[in-house]
Every structure is written in structure tokens, then in C-alpha cells.
Design a protein around this ligand. Structure first.
Ligand SMILES: Cc1cc2nc3c(=O)[nH]c(=O)nc-3n(C[C@H](O)[C@H](O)[C@H](O)COP(=O)(O)O)c2cc1C
Ligand SMILES: [Fe+2]
Ligand SMILES: [Fe+2]
Length: 398
């Protein structure tokens, strides 16, 4: 049973999940994920969020141990997604006098998912403060980061901002709970970027709005619901999230292709080689049937150019490329230059399908696209790869 101190009054009672293979049954988490929950001990005892149901058999024991026979007065529900709300019913069954704090939308969702009785609920307003003894908690609504009811909670005495999904990331807490306990560049920062691109990027505008709103909040520490508590350098995570939300990117190219028999793969490598001779140093090439879209999306977010290629497949693009395109459509990355290539046997359906996708998704395609029928030998590729690569490099010049 792991309990760690965040401050004298605040304890970490979260859990590492290394059992789930796919977060949201969609995104691979080879380094696991943590569901963070916190307990504030004061004249009133407050639980901040819970953990996913079934992820921690010790969850209630931790609360009980910390309260030493005392009662739990409040449970703050910053976000209703089940990775954080999963233990609400269990906690309420154990502490039936508990008041569950949320906003009007939280309660609506809580009714839908868990059927919590009205008398257990205490509605708060944006900016409202709640006295808990030596200090107060302050609530700020940040809707759509990443559900409509999302809010954050600040402990005014210790300056700890409980930010829920905002400022979180994949990766279990294998040692300490703070940023200062880790070499953050190793695993957490790449995993945070991947989490952001998979889970949060769709709501970029709302993240920017939330960061602007929280700029005045006197937070000394940021305690999200996934990943490390930012104690040493909270400005770092705010800066990273602000840059990602603003779609800031590095110069570089992601080449992602779908290929059954190697023709399209060969074209992908020829394109990579041409970009390299033109001085592009960041080139990441992925076979979409091999690498999960989670990683490809993360690199698409990171660099300012991406080039998609597919073989033609029964008059469409390859189904695995369709999957990547669908995720790109959902995440709608901004400020990227896109390139298209394809190989086909008779009617060139793959590249056409990619062009149609790009138009519908309002992506900026660098013309012209490259296409070859059959094996993509230099004389068959039209227009030439030199022209294609030169145009693309010009487009991503910063
Ligand atoms: C199942 C299957 C479906 C195909 N459908 C089309 C098609 O609709 N239109 C077309 O022009 N070529 C079609 N082709 C031909 C391939 O697109 C072409 O051989 C391409 O170069 C294969 O690329 P790859 O080697 O990267 O898999 C099809 C091939 C297969 C095996
Ligand atoms: Fe969430
Ligand atoms: Fe979450």
C-alpha cells in the first residue's frame, strides 16, 4: 500500500496501472499509467478525485489509514471520466455522509453514470471558495479539458493545483511522485507528448483558454491525475502544454505509409532519402500496419510536415491508412504541411482517396502528389521525386 506526502497536509493515494494494455481500449501504454488521487487532511477531510474501478484493491484502506478513524467530509470530482470517477460509489458507500463536490454538469453526468442521490451532492460555482479549516479550496472550471464538466481545484494554503487530465501524461510512477524524482526527458516527456496528442489535442483551443484562465492562480505545485506532481518546475509543464495547444512544431517530416507488397514502402524510403539530401534531419518513417497510430500522431504533432502514402486497395486507400486518417481527422492538427504519395495497379485509387481525405479534413497539401503504377522506379514516378521533395522542403522551411 503506497501513500506519499505531497505536503504536510496533502497525501498522494494514487495507483499505477501496468495491467491495461490499451488506455481507453485504444492507445498502447507500454510504460503504464497512473491514476492519481489525493487526500487533504484539515478540519474537514477532502478526497480529490478517485481512481479507475478495480485498479486498486487498497484504495479505501489508504483513506482509512490516513484518516485514523476520522471521517471523510468531501470528495471533489474534477472530472467524470471513469479513470477518475470509478470509485465514487465505493467511497460513498463507505462514507455515506460524504458530500460530493462538482458543478451542475458534473452532477448531470454523475446521475447518468452512477445514479448518485441529490442529497449527497454539493454544487459549486466557478471561482467559488470552500473553507475546510486552516484554509480554503478554490474551484475553477476548465470545460472540455477533456469533458464538458472538467474543473480544477486549488488548495490555497499549500498552493497545490489539482488539475486532473490537464498537465498529465502516460507512464507509471515507478519511484517518487515528483518531477524532481525523475530524469523527465527519459520517459515522461515523450509519453506526455503522446498522451497529449492522443487524448487532449482535439481540445487545443480549450487548453489555451484554460491556461490563460489559470495564469492568475497562485499555484506552487501542479498535481494532475496522471503522471508526476510538478513541484520543482511547474512552469515547464505549463509551457509544454501551451506550446502543444498552440500547435508549435519543430522542422521535420513524418512519412507514414500503408503497403501490402513493398511498392509503397519503397516509394516512402525513396522520398525519405530525397528529403535527407535536401538537409532534413528529422525524418520518421512508419508503416501504419506495424506502428500503432498513437505514436504516429504524436510525431505528426511534433513536426511541421507529414507525408502519407498508400497502395490502392479495392478502389480505396488501405484500411490501416484509413485508420490513421480517421484519427488525424479527429485530432485535426493545425499548421502542418501535408504531402501525398501512392502506388497502384490500374486506377490510382489510393492517392486519390488521400487527396479527398485531405480536402475534407481541410489539411494543407503541398502539390503535386507523387504516384507510380506498379514498382516505383524513378522513370515511372510522376512527377519526379526531386520536384516533390524540393516543393515539400520549401513548404516546411521556417
Ligand atoms: C487486394 C488488392 C486490391 C487492390 N485494389 C486496387 C484498386 O482498387 N485500384 C488500383 O489501381 N490498384 C489496386 N490494387 C493494386 C495495388 O494497389 C498495387 O499493386 C500497388 O502497387 C500495391 O502496393 P504495395 O506493394 O505497396 O502493396 C490492388 C491490389 C490488391 C492486392
Ligand atoms: Fe479524461
Ligand atoms: Fe484521465
Amino acid at each position: 500500500m503506497r501513500i506519499a506526502k505531497v505536503t504536510e497536509r496533502i497525501s498522494y493515494i494514487g495507483v499505477n496501472d501496468r495491467r491495461t494494455a490499451l488506455f481507453e481500449n485504444n492507445w498502447p501504454i507500454p510504460y503504464g499509467v497512473s491514476y492519481n488521487s489525493y487526500l487533504i487532511k484539515d478540519q474537514k477531510n477532502v478526497l480529490i478525485d478517485t481512481v479507475e474501478y478495480g485498479s486498486d484493491g487498497d484504495f479505501l484502506c489508504k483513506i482509512e489509514a490516513l484518516l485514523e478513524g476520522g471521517k471523510l467530509d468531501y470528495l471533489v470530482v474534477n472530472h467524470m471520466e471513469p479513470d477518475h470517477s470509478g470509485m465514487i460509489r465505493s467511497v460513498l458507500a463507505y462514507y455515506p455522509d460524504l458530500k460530493i463536490i462538482g458543478n451542475a454538469k458534473t452532477f448531470e453526468l454523475m446521475q447518468k453514470y452512477y445514479g448518485i442521490p441529490q442529497e449527497s451532492f454539493m454544487q459549486v460555482a466557478d471561482g467559488q471558495e470552500l473553507e475546510i479549516g486552516s484554509t480554503s479550496l478554490k474551484f475553477a472550471f476548465i470545460p472540455w479539458v477533456h469533458w464538458p464538466e472538467t474543473m480544477v481545484t486549488l488548495d490555497l494554503a499549500d498552493g497545490v493545483l489539482f488539475s486532473c487530465d490537464a498537465f498529465g501524461g502516460y507512464g507509471s510512477l515507478d519511484g517518487g511522485i515528483f518531477d524532481s524524482d525523475y530524469n523527465m526527458d527519459e520517459m515522461f516527456l515523450p509519453e506526455m507528448r503522446r498522451y497529449y496528442s492522443n487524448i487532449v489535442a482535439k481540445y487545443n483551443q480549450m487548453v489555451t483558454r484554460a491556461i490563460t484562465k489559470l495564469a492568475d492562480v497562485p499555484a506552487k505545485m501542479i498535481a494532475p491525475s496522471h503522471g508526476v506532481v510538478w513541484k520543482e518546475n511547474p512552469a515547464k509543464v505549463i509551457g509544454l502544454y501551451a506550446d502543444w495547444a498552440a500547435s508549435k512544431s519543430e522542422k521535420g517530416v513524418v512519412i507514414a505509409y500503408a503497403s501490402m507488397y513493398g511498392n509503397t514502402a519503397s516509394l516512402a524510403d525513396q522520398i525519405g532519402a530525397k528529403l535527407s539530401t535536401l538537409g532534413i534531419k528529422n525524418i520518421r518513417t512508419y508503416d501504419v500496419s506495424r506502428t500503432n497510430v498513437s505514436y504516429i500522431l504524436s510525431d505528426i504533432m511534433r513536426y511541421n510536415g507529414f507525408i502519407l502514402g498508400t497502395c490502392a486497395y479495392n478502389t480505396f486507400m488501405h484500411p490501416m491508412m484509413e485508420h490513421l486518417c480517421n484519427e488525424i481527422r479527429i485530432m485535426s492538427p493545425k499548421g502542418k504541411k501535408m504531402g501525398i504519395f501512392g502506388t497502384s495497379g490500374w486506377n490510382g485509387a489510393g492517392a486519390k482517396a488521400l487527396a479527398k481525405f485531405a480536402e475534407e479534413a481541410k489539411l494543407e497539401v503541398v502539390a503535386p502528389s507523387v504516384e507510380a503504377f506498379g514498382a516505383p522506379t524513378a522513370e515511372k514516378v510522376n512527377p519526379s521525386l526531386e520536384e516533390f521533395a524540393a516543393n515539400f522542403v520549401k513548404a516546411i522551411e521556417v
